[in-house]
Design a protein around this ligand. Sequence first.
Ligand code: NAD
Ligand code: UD1
Length: 348
Amino acid sequence: MNILVTGGAGFIGSHTLIELYKAGHTAVVVDNLSNSNPESLRRVEEIIGAGETPAVHIPFYEVDIRDREGLEGVFAEHKMDACIHFAGLKAVGESVEKPWEYYENNIGGTLTLVDVMRKHGCKNIIFSSSATIYGDPAEIPITEQCPKGQCTNPYGWTKSMLEQVLMDIQKADPEWNVVLLRYFNPVGAHPSGRIGENPNGIPNNLMPYITQVAVGKRKELGVFGNDYPTPDGTGVRDYIHVVDLAGAHVCALQAIARRCGIGIYNIGTGHGYSVLDMVKAFVRVNGVDVPYSIKPRRAGDIATCYCNPAKAKAELGWEARYGIDEMVRDSWNWQRQNPEGYPDLNQN
Ligand code: NAD
Ligand code: UD1
């Protein structure tokens, strides 16, 4: 299939491009580069095209998904079979400061995208949702039957609302196939160390913070709370290797090919690891030190969040292959090789 990948220059999008090409698909990328660097796409082409002639070229458009004319232009040039929709703003704290910007970008952008897609007869979409839509989950491990909860921030609400928007659109027009993938906590990087997570400024998420401490960019990790009702008192999450997560999108395309209607899947490993489990695994596998100290709880955090991924296995034939050791190894491999992230192409 030929796939429109919105947000394809970003962390998860870039890894997904590799899995798409490995599975025999082709892609067209749309990204406004608001949180990414086109160097990621150059490196993706390098990985996909290793040893191949002619070199692989992935068409890339620096277009904002809110830009209807820009999107029309892309659809005029390429026939698209489906869209994998990653484009969106994702910083939880920033969304509290700038709710309008988050609703406008994520919801406004998706409404424009979906409208242009249907005008061009492309009614297949895979949407990046998040475990955050469960709020403080009513059950652990979380199944897809678990009721959606109260989100603690506008970012989370954009995911929750967009799930509803896409389901309503599919209900009204059954020609649509909508797959909602609820990601748990993506970490890791491509094993080559050529692409990975490249956060702007101080990382909000645990793994990039750990790698930046390990590489000497930050003094120590603050562990947010050690008085949660968990085995060691620190927060427990379902970390998933980004290469596994990328593979879930390829499996979701098969569901679309089977005309699934609406499909909703948790994408995690089903294992919960605490903050200190992650730190200890990182130190053990990589042989580097990660100084940390205990800090107060972070507002909005929950104690425990991990899923039951059985539905994705049963219906998509997908399950995670990588464990915690590969996650910490590949996160470090990327950070070690790219201590400053991607080079700033504008500086040369
Ligand atoms: P990312 O920021 O690395 O990638 C998102 C990409 O979208 C970026 O390249 C950015 O430039 C682009 N973008 C943003 N707004 C755009 C717009 N209006 N038009 C065009 N491009 C735009 O983030 P990621 O970690 O790769 O996440 C991808 C998706 O998965 C996001 O929707 C995110 O909310 C969702 N998600 C991420 C996580 C996570 O922990 N990384 C967890 C759950 C869900
Ligand atoms: C966060 C977001 C969630 C988003 C997800 C993936 C919040 C409240 N939730 O989830 O909406 O979908 O990222 O992008 O921000 N931790 C530390 N020190 C740190 C950073 C994190 O101890 O410097 C702890 C946290 O308290 C938590 C765990 O590490 O227990 C994971 O945190 P994080 O990586 O930010 O992910 P989530 O909070 O699960």
